[in-house]
Design a protein around this ligand. Sequence first.
Ligand SMILES: C[S@@+](CC[C@H](N)C(=O)[O-])C[C@H]1O[C@@H](n2cnc3c(N)ncnc32)[C@H](O)[C@@H]1O
Length: 467
Amino acid sequence: MAWRLWGKKVVVVGGGAIGEGKIETMLRTGAHLEVIDPTPSTRVVELAEAGTLVLKRRRVRRRDLRQATLVVAATGNHETNAWITRWGHRWGAIVNAVDDPDLCDVTVPAVLERGAATVAITTNGATPAGARFLREELTSAIPAEVGTLLDHAATARDHLRNSGDYRYDYAAWRQRFFEPGMDAIRSGRPTEIDAIRSQFEAEFAADSSETRPGKVTLVGAGPGGADLITIRGARALAAADVVLYDRLADPDLLALAPAAAIKLPVGKGKGHGPRQEEISDLLVRHALDGSHVVRLKGGDPFVFGRGNEEIEAATRRGIDVEVVPGLSSAIAAATLSRIPLTDRRHAASFTVLSGHRAGDGDYDWNTLARDDTTLVVLMAASTAREVAERLIAAGRRAETPVAAVHRAGFGDEQIEVLSLAEVSLVGCPLPSPCVMIIGTVAGLAKSSPTAPHLANLVESAEVVLIS
Ligand SMILES: C[S@@+](CC[C@H](N)C(=O)[O-])C[C@H]1O[C@@H](n2cnc3c(N)ncnc32)[C@H](O)[C@@H]1O
């Protein structure tokens, strides 16, 4: 509840250290403020001398509370606060007792002001320090220039109302005013907000009321671990109306989208989940409704993902598309496992392959068998054995180390290092999602305490060949 106290009588009993903060807050409301304290602080005396409040330098009396809309008991003494509360109630006032939640009808939130907006943080008296801490965090998270942006928004609204062009079209406000405005603030050009507002007003007024298409942002979620997304990706999520997310994108990332955003899982597993055309249709349909659709894809959207097909579907319908790169598991799985893909003493290049396409004759195995290239195999879980066999047949050393990395970045990742010969026998030692890194550098992987040991795999094998 935002309570207009302008011109109303507010009495603060206690003009010392405890009351000061509340007095400052009340002054911003435009209330008629009376402070009662026999020994007020210097700051309160100064405010009284400046005529901003009425100071009574004595103990509180019952009739001081008469006709008050709000009484603030800030004496630091529970009994005195209780007496003030009782008499405040007797005269029909609402009471706030500082740091005395049981006596409070209302608590006063910690506030952060940004232009036309007031952000209020309340813990309902449970931890005033907690509310203050949150406010400090938000103060740095919401730049002061956001206030200017909001003031300009209020001006634009007034102008549009006066000219009869106003309508509540949130998508338009966000896409054409707030997003460019925030971009200007973040890139250190807040003075551009004025021009952004003028252009917005002109375009908004010229527009018919028909729904404008929204937009699609393809965001690479990174390999797993919500903090491995890019800052740009996180910002896109924060501005999403609809989020379509992959099975491999870390579910914790959804918390970055507004609570009101629609969040739809569209993960494709083997033989389940929606077909690619259905995902593209969903994306297009929501964007044509005027929504900002964020398509959150695991890793990088273009690395063995069908991001480009989704872009084509959207652009065919005239929808704006932006792509935000992500940290691909092809690189992250290695780096997180301390495998230097191109350590110059071991490898001159690295090649990323798809395990699914390994059987399709898509690869030149003779080239891949060269000892000085590291191979990174995605979707390796089911075809690892075949990949290893082909490489050995093409001349890659049977003792070449292979690191299998499962759920890289998620915090519960597992790493297992075998030889190429062992993989050709037992296949991938870890389940999907798994990246296999083949090459001398794989031998440098840090070991994972949770990985199943090769001995367990051998135990369950039907045939074991030892060389
Ligand atoms: C369809 S591909 C998508 C790759 C994704 N676009 C990327 O750049 O990471 C899915 C495969 O990526 C790999 N993968 C994705 N995330 C992974 C992770 N956190 N740990 C291990 N492998 C992962 C697995 O090989 C999985 O089968």
